[in-house]
Design a protein around this ligand. Structure first.
Ligand code: GCO
Ligand code: MN
Ligand code: MN
Length: 383
């Protein structure tokens, strides 16, 4: 029942199961996992697809002939296993040339190179059937506000994204862009630090209809926000094109923990939200095994992400079937019996002359303590 199937739409990045455990204080602890072996691993545990940054697959200095060979080997592994490539992304953060940003660099030449690199990555994605292109602006930020007017940064950022939308249209790619927010790390402050900020920015683009968001659990927790609410806003705006699932202990460095490892209740309400909303996109895990782990720990990590999602999905079904929970929820929805507030002059006159007993209405409790305890007991397995 908790065994993942391709129809569950679980995906991983090459950089997630291929993560070698390097951190700012220590070197790699696990051997290289080749893209082809990574594909075999993901297929063997029931994933639907694999995503990658351009340079996770194609080394930056590969010759055209080498690129072609790597791509053919990768395509062969995909057709052998049936794994899909639903999303590709681009690394605009590792190379020293991007040390003060890619799309937001002062230098037009650097900005152009960033666009060039993204276009090449979109070409690869289109060849492999990817329908989403994620942009995470890891270096698009600052430590020193004297160095750059943030309005210039936003203007350049917009130019880059607009350029890529036009490119996709020009080439006839069926590809939508998904912008990923993060508040900090590796920069002191990253521009457009939250999903809400990204949604505001998207409205200023030339092709807002082609651009959505890729919210990440850990990133919003780092910003001290409620991830479920951020995702709900993205869904409400019709902009949830992709999602990065993982976990995080509070507002610290990005920990990329196994999905559900830390904040079970938020993970539950997130899964419930996605399932209730009928979200049809990928359930992508942007996380990695702890540095303590070897290859079997990597497998346990990846299986754990999917298994926890499926367990929480089943808990969400139980939530809907639970008579006591339903009783409290129906009392809450009864409060909404008069329906939507819709303006008309007559309605405004009626509202203006309302006689409302605010004390009587304020005296009634909501029952949230009981409701929350029932959810807790459901999650703890005693209901
Ligand atoms: C991070 C980010 C990245 C992006 C990835 C996709 O904190 O490093 O989450 O993992 O998701 O670069 O573009
Ligand atoms: Mn992250
Ligand atoms: Mn991410």
């Amino acid at each position: 029942m908790y065994t993942p199937q391709p129809s569950d739409r679980f995906t991983f990045g090459l950089w997630t199961t291929g993560n070698r455990g390097r951190d700012p204080f220590g070197s790699e602890v696990r051997p290289v996992l080749s893209p082809v072996d990574n594909v075999e691993l993901l297929a063997s545990i029931g994933a639907y697809g694999v995503n990658f940054h351009d340079n996770d697959l194609l080394p930056i200095d590969a010759t055209p002939a080498e690129r072609e060979q790597i791509l053919r080997d990768f395509e062969a592994a995909l057709s052998r296993t049936g794994l899909k490539v639903p999303m590709v992304t681009v690394n605009l953060f590792s190379e020293p040339v991007f040390r003060d940003g890619a799309f937001t660099s002062h230098s037009k030449q650097v900005r152009q190179y960033a666009v060039h690199k993204a276009m090449a990555s979109m070409d690869v994605g289109a060849r492999l059937g990817a329908e989403v292109f994620v942009l995470w602006g890891g270096r698009e930020g600052s430590e020193v506000d004297a160095g750059k007017d943030p309005r210039d940064a936003l203007k350049w950022y917009r130019e880059g994204v607009d350029f890529l939308c036009e490119y996709a249209l020009d080439r006839g790619y069926k590809m939508r862009l998904a912008l990923e927010a993060k508040p900090n790390e590796p920069r002191g402050d990253i521009f457009l630090p939250t999903t809400g900020a990204m949604l505001g920015f998207i409205a200023t683009l030339q092709h807002p209809e082609m651009v959505g968001v890729n919210p990440e659990f850990a990133h919003e927790v780092m910003a001290g926000l409620n991830f479920v609410h951020q995702v709900a806003q993205a869904l409400d705006a019709g902009k949830l094109f992709h999602i990065d699932l993982n976990d995080q202990k509070g507002p610290r460095f990005d920990q990329d923990l196994r999905f559900g490892a830390e904040n079970i209740k938020s993970a539950f309400f997130l899964v419930k939200l996605l399932e209730d909303a009928g979200y049809t996109g990928m359930r992508h895990f942007d996380a990695h095994a702890l540095r303590t782990e070897d290859a079997s720990g990597v497998r346990a990590f990846a299986e754990g992400c999917m298994r926890t999602y499926l367990i929480l999905k089943e808990k969400a079904q139980r939530f809907h079937k639970d008579a006591e929970i339903a009783g409290i929820l129906s009392e809450l929805s009864a409060m909404n019996e008069q329906g939507a507030l819709v303006y008309s002059t007559a309605e405004a006159q009626r509202v203006a002359s309302l006689a409302f007993d605010r004390h009587a209405h304020a005296a009634v409790g909501l029952g949230y303590e009981k409701l929350d305890q029932l959810v807790m007991e459901l999650l703890l397995g005693v209901r």
